[in-house]
Design a protein around this ligand. Structure first.
Ligand code: C2E
Ligand code: MG
Ligand code: MG
Length: 718
């Protein structure tokens, strides 16, 4: 069974709390009601006992009045029954003050009695011999001087009778019972407990249903026993005591029920509302989670989703995966041609097609820009699956994408790398696939290029170089500039300027070719501090060699770094140099030729007096159209068109048209890499303004270039 969600648990808890609260409230009220009722019941018992004591006191008072009466005492002593009747018996007979009277012992041989409607002559006693015996024991114990009586109850003819017994004594006469010759008579009067009296008690105590019962069972829980002379109950009084708790409860009940219902309604409404909100929150959270992992342009999973997907493999070491890095070729140009909206539409269409590859084992994500990753995972041999995915991709990208009226081909460079069990982090696999893709692109390959041992070795080398460069840049002492002369193609062939070329003799790695360390510096961002260091060196050297001009290689990354011109100007001014002594060489490439802000920077440099040369012309992407808009003073034809094998007829035709193009755009031409006299004369004949190469001189340290300044190269007249 699954555990309920956190909001569900909270709501459940709230409901349980509400329920507990309700139960506790009701239980407390019911318990208060019980306590109040019980207290009232106990109080009513005490009061009832008090009331009956008072009733008996009334009888006792009458008894003490009648039994301390000299006339009656004398009549009894004389056994004058007529006198006894007229003073005493008649009261019982008439039944107005009491209804029963009996005398025994003392002068009487046997008990004599009168009662309601009895004849004048005394009757036999109605009290049982046991009662008489009890009275014979108890009455002598009474304090007769204070007219104490012995009181008890009996039932006669179905009625409860309250009896009071005492010695029969003369009024106000102080005599001791022992002084009486025949002994004292004991007199008893009885008064029936009337219904009226019961009603009065009910009224006075605020109770109901006051009744007498024969047994305790009939009477019930609340009962007052009425006892005979021997102390045994002869009847039990029962009544309904007041119930203030119940009364209060009855009064409160509708309100309580209403409040409970309202509370229950409120609680259930609150619970429902809480649940609804929690569900909404959970939904929004889920939406946000999806949104944060979706690329807004293509709706494919984004970089975050990709990282999370790859991280899931960390917990499943048996699973292998392959990362296929896909990057759309020349996307920048498409963007420029179709505009940003068109570029976006193109990218969306390409993403849709790549997205078709996704399935249970294949994850597709946009990594940013025009780069996509396809992650293929499983625990068997992944190659067949990758091959099939690549075939599908080729088919999907076979048809052009039309945006803004232009039809564009889809050309994608593809790099592949495999995860190696427990060997590298997934980030590394992505980097490797990216690296392979990059090499595939530089080689204009249509096929998938798989990251291999050679690339791995190259990467290891690059890493070592980058590490060494970082520490070498701290002091900077390992870097120097060598200078190679650029000579005039006319006349005596004098040195026009020197190209400054960086040299690095690393303490740890030895000599490293500039082609390598410049590339690594560019990819690692170290080109910026390195470029600044070399700029300072070049300016120092210019100060030491007045009258010379130099050509300074500036990497596109360096050129585009914000603040480049400021740094350059600061150094030039600090060294009090004329900016015309410095030519900036930039290599051709998309980053320069395809970039409006690069053009802006170059124009700015021109306006500040620097000369600008386009280096390695012919090796990159540049087309004639781009050249026209750029402020180059000089075009340097790459060595590959100049030296050695290059001298074929076709190449020469190309070179001639390059030169013609440069001239038509008012650019001077430098032929790079002249190694032989033949090559020198060919390019001189082609009308190249300047020549550069080992034939004229290799790059040398500053201390040695003064020899070059004196050099002159006399050419054969053409
Ligand atoms: P680059 O700017 O085209 O420089 C010319 C390269 O051709 C230099 O190689 C030079 O030594 C070589 N070279 C000159 N004449 C001949 C020749 O007759 N035959 C042959 N085989 N080679 C010749 P280097 O010094 O190895 O530099 C390679 C590249 O490294 C440079 O090409 C340039 O792109 C880059 N580089 C060098 N120094 C710097 C620098 O200070 N900053 C930047 N950003 N890049 C630099
Ligand atoms: Mg150069
Ligand atoms: Mg060059």
């Amino acid at each position: 069974m699954s555990r309920p969600s956190l909001p569900g648990q909270i709501v459940g808890l709230a409901l349980v709390l509400a329920l507990v609260f309700g139960v506790v409230l009701w239980a407390s009220i019911l318990s208060i009601r019980g306590a109040m009722d019980r207290q009232a019941e106990a109080e009513s018992l005490v009061l009832m006992k008090g009331r009956f004591d008072a009733l008996q006191d009334q009888v006792s008072l009458i008894a003490s009045d009648y039994h301390n009466w000299t006339d009656v005492f004398e009549a009894a002593k004389a056994l004058d029954y007529a006198e006894l009747y007229s003073n005493y018996g008649i009261t019982a007979n008439r039944a107005d003050v009491f209804q029963y009277a009996q005398m025994f012992d003392g002068p009487f041989d046997a008990p004599v009695a009168w009662f309601t409607d009895s004849p004048r002559a005394p009757q036999d006693g109605f009290l049982s011999p046991e009662t008489l015996d009890t009275l014979r024991r108890r009455v002598p114990e009474l304090d007769y001087q204070s007219r104490e009586t012995f009181d008890f109850f009996e039932v006669h003819s179905g009625r409860i009778v309250m009896f009071s017994a005492s010695w029969l004594l003369p009024e106000d006469t102080f005599i001791l019972p022992e002084q009486v010759e025949d002994g004292l008579a004991i007199a008893v009067i009885g008064k029936i407990l009337s219904d009226r009296q019961l009603e009065q008690v009910e009224e006075q105590l605020g109770v109901a249903d006051l009744e007498a019962h024969d047994t305790l069972e009939q009477a019930g829980a609340v009962a007052l026993p009425l006892r005979n002379a021997s102390g045994n109950p002869v009847a039990f009084l029962s009544w309904t005591p007041p119930a203030p708790g119940t009364e209060m409860f009855e009064r409160m009940r509708p309100i309580m029920i209403g409040a409970t219902l309202a509370f229950a309604l409120f609680a259930s409404w609150t619970a429902r509302e809480l649940l609804r909100r929690a569900a909404e929150l959970a939904r929004k959270e889920a939406e946000a989670t999806i949104l944060a992992r979706t690329d807004s342009l293509t709706q494919l999973p984004n970089r975050l989703a990709l990282r999370e997907h790859l991280r899931s493999f960390t917990d499943a070491p048996l699973i292998r995966f392959a990362a296929l890095c896909l990057d759309v070729d020349r996307f920048k140009q498409i963007n420029d041609l179709a505009g940003h909206t068109g570029g976006d539409a193109y990218l969306r269409e390409v993403a849709d097609r790549i997205g078709v590859l996704a399935d249970k084992h294949t994850f597709v994500a946009r990594h940013g820009g025009s780069t996509f990753f396809v992650i293929i995972s499983g625990n068997g041999d992944l190659s067949p699956r990758i091959a099939s995915k690549c075939a599908t991709l080729a088919r999907l990208c076979d048809t052009n994408v039309t945006v803004g009226g232009h039809a564009f081909e889809i050309s994608i460079s593809k790099g592949l790398a495999f995860s190696e069990p427990r060997e590298q982090a997934y980030e590394e696999v992505l980097l490797r696939a990216d690296r392979a893709m990059y090499l595939a692109r530089s080689g204009h390959m249509q096929e998938v290029l798989q990251y291999d041992a050679e690339m791995q070795a190259g990467d290891a080398f690059d890493n070592a170089v980058e590490k060494a460069m970082r520490s070498a840049l701290v002091s900077g002492s390992e870097f120097v500039l060598h200078y190679q002369p650029i000579v005039s193609g006319f006349g005596a062939g004098q040195v026009v300027r020197f190209e400054a070329l960086a040299r690095w003799n690393s303490h740890s790695l030895g000599r490293i070719s500039p082609a390598d360390f410049v590339r690594i510096a560019e990819s690692s961002g170290l080109i910026v501090p390195l470029g600044k260091l070399l700029l300072e060196r070049a300016c120092d050297d210019l100060v030491l060699n007045p009258g010379t001009s130099i050509s300074l290689n500036v990497s596109p990354v360096q050129l585009m770094t914000p603040g480049f011109i400021e740094t350059l100007m600061t150094e030039v001014k600090r060294h009090h140099l004329d900016s015309r002594r410095i030519e900036i060489e930039v290599t051709e490439g998309v980053a320069i030729l395809d970039n409006k802000s690069a053009a802006g920077i170059l124009h700015e440099l021109r306006s500040r007096g620097f000369s600008i040369a386009l280096d390695d012309f012919g090796t990159g992407f540049s087309s004639v159209g781009y050249l026209a808009g750029m402020p180059f003073n000089v075009l340097k034809i790459d060595r590959s068109f100049v030296s050695g094998e290059a001298a074929g007829a076709r190449t020469m035709t190309m070179v001639k048209s390059m030169i013609a193009l440069a001239h038509s755009l008012d650019m001077a031409v430098v032929a790079e890499g002249i190694e032989t006299e033949d090559e020198a004369s060919i390019f001189r004949n082609f009308g190249c303004e300047m020549l550069q190469g080992y034939y004229f001189g290799r790059p040398k340290p500053l201390s040695e270039i003064s020899t070059y300044a004196q050099l002159e190269f006399d050419f054969e007249p053409s």
